[in-house]
Structure formats: structure tokens, C-alpha cells
Design a protein around this ligand. Sequence first.
Ligand code: F6R
Length: 598
Amino acid sequence: MCGIVGYTGPRPAAPLLLDGLKRLEYRGYDSAGIALVADGRIEVHKAPGKISVLEKELGTSLPPGHTGIAHTRWATHGAPNMVNAHPHTDCGGTLALAHNGIIENAGPLRAALAKRGHVFRSETDTEVLAHLIEERLAAGGALLAAVAGALQQLEGTYGIAVVSTREPDTIIAARHGSPLLVAIGAGENFVASDASAVLAHTRSVVYMDDGEIAVVRPTDYRIVDLDTVEKEKTITRVDWDLATIERGGFAHFMLKEIMEQPESLRNTLRGRLLEEDGTAKLGGLNIEDAELLQVNRIVFTACGTSWHSALIGEYMMEELARIPSEVEYASEFRYRNPIVDDRTLVVGISQSGETADTLAALREAKRRGARTLGLVNVVGSTIAREVDGASTKAFTSQIAALALLTLKMGRLRALSILQGREVVRALGRLPELVARVLTRAPEVERIGERMMRAGNVLYLGRGYNFPVALEGALKLKEISYVHAEGYPAAEMKHGPIALIDDLMPVVFIAPKDAVYQKVVSNVEEVKARGGRVIAVVTEGDTGLAKLADQKIEVPETLDFLTPVLTVLPLQLLAYYMAVRRGCNVDQPRNLAKSVTVE
Ligand code: F6R
């Protein structure tokens, strides 16, 4: 994800900016750049790939300047290359701008600016803003007024940092939808998209809110609104130790990742929902609609958690796009003699983008003439480079990305515009619903405490929530080392029912969807045998809630999107049980982050 750092003060800015960027590296990015103001001009250096590439290009003689901005980019508009990397400049090269977020009306603004003679160098939405500010400066505006005026022309989201030769020791920063803060040092100040970038230098920060602009100079700063009216802000002192800083204030990385899901989902969906047309825009797809229409079969292939997402993808694709679909473990697919042809779309799903089996399965499919598509959470991973098209972050983001792909495929076939719009609206609401479920963490923690001594746990779900049962069981196994099984709820009576007694908790994933009544019958079967039932239910459900010993509520959404909400209590349950059992949740035994061996 994109990152911003800015510095103004007495020290040479370049080393501080590069160091700040490195502290944001964990967020993932595909290119980096810095811009410094010195001797009445702006010097910009950018490079695709890692910050080390940029450093190598800069060599030992870092550009001079005591005020500057730096950025790590995660491509949305335009390929991840040098030209599209930030900071971007205006025609005259007298201002530079770094931006996080998406300017939704960049297209028309760009066309109008081009007509007025502005020359664009990049394909980015960001460059538009540099030219808009240039125009206002040319008309005689002061830097703050020019930035504020230009921002009022934008639709979309932004966190920006601007430097200009007009006010060589000033950084203007603004926020609408993308996090940004001002960090206050002694005779020097910083701006950053994330506190970890600057906490080595100061612990006093002012968190900006949407609609605010910061004017930051070495010895002072002020915050104004878009009409440049001054605002009172409080300074927060960040007291975390270094390890906690890296964990963003959370006790464990795992909890941080769970709690970050509203944001990761927003990032997955940003700029990809076309409400008017009721469809999705998938920039990295690299496959024409005409070719997508040729696809008559989809094979999803993946391992572990990604394989569970694939199962949900299969169900969605068949129900909404009516394309025959199947799911294969990548490790099995690669050594079978799979039947695929040029009308088969083989979709490899991988969080790391480096899983050896998934890579090999995709290569095998490609060798046999199939169309291949990578759905990965790491930009620039091996899978992202080798497949015909790549999209983008773990389980809930994968489901959202699969929903986008299904929507796109469905709108080319069976889905009406009205159905499409309903899906777009439901997807748009998801991040907020996810945030709502996450506020229930203390309830889940209490349930986890009661379950901590269990030696076995059974997870049961049906339809879209059968893969969620598998995922809930996997999470518990891998971090708490408690044996758990996921099963389709109705299959339970064909064997596992023998295991049920009052010592075995049974977790039912039972939102109010098309198979809800069926799941209620399965809950009755467990209760009849003295089983202890923990149920994930839809808010306001009174039926199941009465039957279950404990319940966790999730808001209502479309059936095929329920896994994004129902999996959250299961992630939290695994986390709290593991913590209670004294397990090292961030380094579970025997597991590797990226499984690059078969
Ligand atoms: C479970 C987990 C693994 C991975 C699997 C595939 O929490 O992390 O099961 O899902 O190793 O990895 P990716 O998605 O990187 O291909």
C-alpha cells in the first residue's frame, strides 16, 4: 500500500526520507520516489521496485535540500514503473506532489487540463492534482489557497504532501480518506501516512482528520479546513515501545491484521466498483471482455486458506455468473493430467504470490493452453509476474476480489444491471460492516476463555459458509494447536456426529441465508446429543440464538458476501484461544509465511 513521508528542518532531508520510507516497507509497494527543494528548484528521483533500487540509483551523493517528500507507490492508475512513481510534478517542475488514494474524476479533469495546454507525463490520477495546483498558482494564488482550491475540484480519496519552490521550507499536507499525520520535532517537523515512519525522531503527533490541510514549516505548523479556516488540534503522545510501534499498538501482528480488515477491504474495492453500470473494473486483468466471454469453464487452484477462498469463488461464479467452476488443491492439480483448454480460465489464488505448488499449477495450466489469472495479495510477486493478469490481500480481501471477478463475469452474461448494482452497493458497504463485527471482539474473547481447554472443536456451515467452517478450523489448528475440523453441517450426521458430547464445542456458522433453516435442523441434532453450540448468527436472529449456548452476531449482507463477516469471529476466536493457551500467535510452530517448496 502507498506510503508518504515528508521532512522540513535543519537536517539534510534525503537520508531521513529514505529511512522513513523503509519503515513503511512492510505495507507492500511497487515503486518509490523522493522530491527535494534546494536552491530554488525541485529535484525528483524515482525508481520502480524496492527502495534499495532507488538508493542504488542515488548512489553516495544524496540530493541536497532540507525540505522534501517521499512516497512508496502501490499501483492503481497506470503500471508500476518509473514514470508513474510519485512524486509528480507540474509542467514547470516547480512543485512536487505525493498522493495516497484515488482521484475518481481524474479522467475529465485530465482532459480539461490537456485542452488548456498542460502536458502529462504519467498515466496516474495523481498528476492531475499537480497541474490543478499549478494553474491556481499561475493565477496568483498563494500555495495554501492553491492547494485548497484544487482539492475542492476532486472527487475520491486522498492523503497528499506537496512541496513548492514558492515556499521552499513548507510542506502542505491534506487528508480525505487516506491516513495522514503531522509529527512535531524540535526545530523540525514531519508529515507521514503512518506514525512508524517518523517515531524514531519524535513521539508527538497530530492525527489529521478528513477535510483538513496542514501547513508545516521547520518551527511551526497549523491545521486549517478546506476554506483555510484555522482548526484547533490536540497533540497525541505516542508511548509505544519499538516492537509495539511495528505492531501498530496491537498486542500481536495477528490481531493487527484482523483489525485492519476494514482498511484492506477498502483498498481491495477502491476504484473497482462501477455503480452506474453495476459492474467491476479490474485494472490488472489484461484480458479483454471478448476473451472473457469465450471462457466456458473456470478452475480455481490454491493451497490452505487461499483454497478456502477458492471454494467460495466457485460457489459465487456458478450462482451469479453461471460458469461451470471447480476447485483443485494446487499440489494435486500439478501432478494430475488436468483437462484444460484455451476456453478454460485457471485462477491461481495466493496471498504471498510465491507458493511453489500454486505457481507450478499455473505454469502447467498455461503450458496446456489455458488462460491463467493470478489473484495475489503481494504486488510484484512471482505469480503476479508470470500469469496473464494479476489482481490483488488474505482471506476477506480474496473473497472481495473474487466477488469483483464474479460480478465482472456475471455482467458479461447472466446478471442484469439491477442485480449488478445491488452487488456493487453491498460490496461498498462491506468495510463498514466488517468494522462493526470487529467491535464485538470482547464478546469473542469471553467465549474463547470458556473454550480454551477444549481438545477438539468442530466447525459446521453450509453453502457459502462451509468454506468458512474449514477456515475457522484451520485458524484454530495452526495457531492454538487445538485439533479442529470443518465440515459441511449436513455431512456431520454421516460420521462425525459420533464425536459429539458435552466436552466438544461445536461452532455453527449460520447467518440468515438461503440454507439457514437447514442449518437450524443440524443445530438441533447436535443439541439433542448434549453438544455445546457456539453460533455465528445474523443480528436480530432469535431462533438460533435461543438454541445456541453462545452466539456472536454479524450484520446482514447478500448471501455470497456473508463469509467476509462470518469468518471474523472465527479469526478472533482462534486468536484469543491461542493467547489464552500461551501460544506464540505471531510465529506458529512449523509454519512458513511463504511456502516456496512443494
Ligand atoms: C493459513 C495459511 C496457509 C496459506 C497457504 C497458501 O493461515 O497461511 O494455509 O494460506 O500456505 O499460501 P498463499 O496464499 O500465500 O499461496
